[in-house]
Design a protein around this ligand. Sequence first.
Ligand code: DC
Length: 203
Amino acid sequence: MQFTVAIDGPAAAGKGTLSRAVAEKFGFAHLDTGSLYRAVGVKAEAEGRDPITVAQTLCSEDLARDDLRTLEAGQAASKVAVIAEVRHALLQFQRDFARRDGGAVLDGRDIGTVICPQAEVKLFVTASAEVRAHRRWLELGGDEAQVLAEVRARDDRDMNRADAPLRPAEDAVQIDTSDMSIEAAVAAACEVIAARIAQGPQG
Ligand code: DC
């Protein structure tokens, strides 16, 4: 069975937690596509290499680095993500993952719009910039005002780039998690997915 759940949204909106929970509930495989861009950004910066070559030769060890979750890695990812050739190099891997047998959840910025426009379910997960910065700050510490500035800078870059900018697909279901518990957000997402599964293959 092929069944793709595309989950897009800005940084720290809760996509990761939501995607993992949904994948577990339905027994689907999960791909955090941000980790691909993080791995490219961090490796290119650390080794002073061209991000396009790094993206074209990315391997599983690069994705297993332990420095991919930092604020710096997020910024590095967002910078290489504006390069069309980097996005192109990562495209087929994501599409193949999406159509694997047994169902797949992919979270990112352009899954419903560019990578899998045919996804059976598209969710767009948002929250206010302040709420997202507060969550990141609880996770990573540091200066909260600085974290908010970084979240805004990343939103700006992700939404205004020419290639595959962050925006909801026309048929995406939006979930605003600003005032929602993670349990409530997971329940809302599962309801949408269960309803689509119940419709059968043609939808
Ligand atoms: O989801 P994340 O914070 O790990 O993503 C890091 C950066 O990678 C994000 O700021 C933009 C980029 N990204 C992207 O352009 N497209 C995706 N599908 C996923 C991430």
